[in-house]
Ligand binder design. Structure first.
Ligand SMILES: [Cu+2]
Length: 117
């Protein structure tokens, strides 16, 4: 048989669990914490080819191919220079960083990131 005391304990446990869920959701939604995104270059493709990032986030490109590539803004405003096999390059994204890019050696390789606040 349920006593009022037992019900109170169940209610308190439920309240604590609910608070824990809200706390973790709030932490995940906190855009002030910079994130790190990894884009793999594999079989002449950027994977993923589309990415949502926030200002202050870091994007890391890793070359998984045996041939060199570059990560170069379509408008040439930023450029990784040559990234050899197994090499990587990273960039911290600013609010005004152009997000369309390609590989200068293989211009069919195109991708982009979108800045979301
Ligand atoms: Cu390339």
């Amino acid at each position: 048989m349920r006593t009022p005391r037992r019900l109170a304990m169940v209610a308190a446990a439920l309240a604590a669990a609910t608070l824990a869920v809200f706390a973790s959701v709030a932490a995940a939604a906190d855009s002030s914490t910079p994130r790190r995104h990894v884009v793999e270059i594999h079989k002449l493709k950027f994977v993923p080819a589309k990415l949502d990032v926030s200002p202050g986030d870091t994007i890391v490109w890793v070359n998984r191919d045996i041939v060199p590539h570059t990560i170069t803004a379509t408008d040439k405003s930023w450029d990784s220079k040559t990234i050899k096999k197994a090499g990587e390059w990273q960039m911290v994204v600013q609010a005004d960083t152009p997000g369309s890019y390609l590989c200068r050696f293989h211009p069919v390789m195109k991708a982009q990131f979108t800045i979301v606040q």
